[in-house]
Design a protein around this ligand. Structure first.
Ligand code: PFF
Length: 454
């Protein structure tokens, strides 16, 4: 084997990098997960803490992942093995692969719901339903096994199909068109939602921080959501970073993606919460929040039929550009470490994820009795990946870059054809050496109850 990686793909342009990375970041995490997690954790204060975490932890971790991936040109496990031969850092890589399994299993289940809702939009299934009936519709859908299973497999199949085809030439192209369209559509929804009678309560809920609602669990949830939403902490961006050409700047990519991701989350909040208050739904009603609220808004809109279809198509696309990025973590790992063909690796990954995935899908129906630490499988994958695996991974990733790779290697990746060496690298080093890891460790240990401070 030679040291050249002629068989490795590269993103064709910087815009391609941003589209693919933003495609990974922007997804169900922004539109489905953010509103209900914010809703369960008090709204405004949660948002504020979340924004803080994106800035002081999210962007530094993202940049660290890019640095690792582009230095090594390997999958997440191989990257650590190559950069730190003979040292146990590869365990972070293995954790990343485990996290990818966890996320893909429950995430694809939710992505499948999007297809059901697309189907309902097309067949006019929401027509004339009241807010209560829409809630019932959601619970009866997830409460029976067959259709959610069917949609799960459809979505898993789509994800596998794209990955097998060799990734970016298709999806990279579509992301560039469809992601901006999603934003336009969200803005239309925001306007409709804000002009519903009683909308003001929702805006207040999202923007007026009530710090009495903040607990250590809220803070951990905000951290977990930041990691989840940015696709960081498990090596997705190490894998994508390994496809970035040396001429492309990493800093500006990280900042653009973080800004786009945050804007979409805030817009989703502005689409959902005014409607939640207008239709008198409980803001903390959990995973169904978006699937109940969005059809409700469309019921109140001229052209709701049309927009509803468009919305669920785009939500599906947003989810798909995220699921492929997670599957790519596993497939790149299988291809490079097991030395098997991409097609075989894709099959192996898709089938093995599906076993866990089926358990997630059935968590709201036939398997709802099955609990681990009192969590259903779905809840365990959802809560455990975002709030435990990703922060833990992020912690070790920044530590690795700061204390093991070191400033020189960081400088090599960041100041490539750079004009602004100035204060940035020392500042970044300070953040990843001290600020980010200390903050993550502190929040994590508090959140899981291992330390008690204050
Ligand atoms: N960031 C995606 C979202 O917000 O929907 C979810 C995700 C994708 C998480 C890829 C983690 C990941 F590696």
């Amino acid at each position: 084997m030679s040291g050249h990686h002629s068989n490795r793909d590269f993103f064709s342009s910087k815009f391609g990098v941003i589209a693919a990375t933003a495609g990974s970041a922007i997804g169900l995490g922004n539109i489905w997960r953010f509103p209900y997690v914010a809703g369960e954790n008090g709204g405004g204060a949660f948002l504020l803490i979340y924004l803080g975490f994106i800035l002081i932890i999210g962007i530094p971790v993202m940049l660290s992942e890019f640095i690792i991936g582009r230095s090594a040109h390997r999958n997440v496990f191989g990257s650590f093995r190559k950069l730190a031969p003979g040292k146990p850092w590869y365990i972070i890589g293995l954790m990343g692969v485990v996290a990818a399994f966890m996320i893909l299993s429950f995430y694809t289940a939710v992505a499948g719901w999007t297809l059901e809702y697309l189907y309902q939009s097309i067949t006019n299934g929401f027509e004339g339903l009241t807010s209560t009936e829409l809630q019932e519709m959601y619970y009866s859908f997830i409460g029976s096994p067959v259709r959610p299973l069917l949609w799960f497999f459809v979505f898993m199949g789509l994800t596998g199909y794209i990955i097998m085809a060799g990734v970016q030439k298709g999806i990279e192209k579509y992301s560039k068109i469809l992601m901006p369209l999603l934003v336009v559509l969200l803005i239309i929804l925001v306007i409709r939602s804000l002009t519903l009678p009683g909308a003001a309560g929702g805006v207040q809920f999202l923007f007026k921080p009530d710090f009495s609602k903040i607990t250590t669990k809220t803070i951990l949830e905000a951290l977990g959501q930041a990691f989840f939403s940015l696709s960081i902490g498990m090596g997705t961006l190490i894998t994508y970073g390994s496809y970035i050409q040396k001429k492309d700047r990493l800093e500006s990519t990280a900042v653009s993606v973080a800004v786009a991701d945050t804007l979409v989350a805030v817009l989703a909040g502005l689409a959902i919460f005014p409607a939640v208050f207008a239709f008198q739904i409980e803001p903390n009603s959990g995973e169904g929040l978006v699937y109940i609220t969005i059809p409700n808004i469309f019921q109140q809109m001229h052209g709701g039929y049309f927009f509803s279809i468009l919305f669920f198509v785009l939500l599906g696309v947003a989810a798909l550009t995220s699921t492929i990025s997670v599957l790519e973590v596993i497939v790149a790992f299988f291809v490079e470490e097991l030395r098997i063909k991409r097609s075989a690796a894709t099959w192996l990954a898709t089938v093995s994820v599906s076993i866990l995935g089926v358990m997630c899908v059935l968590s709201t129906s036939s398997m709802s009795f099955f609990r681990i630490f009192n969590f259903t499988v779905f809840d365990l994958m959802n809560f455990g990946s975002a709030n435990i695996f990703l922060p833990l991974g992020g912690f070790f990733i920044v530590i690795f870059v700061a204390w093991f790779l070191g400033r020189e290697q960081v400088g090599k990746e960041l100041s490539h054809n750079s004009k602004h060496k100035s204060g940035f690298i020392p500042f970044f080093m300070f953040v990843i050496k001290f600020l980010a890891p200390v903050a993550i460790a502190f929040i994590f240990l508090q959140g899981v109850g291992l330390i008690k401070f204050s």
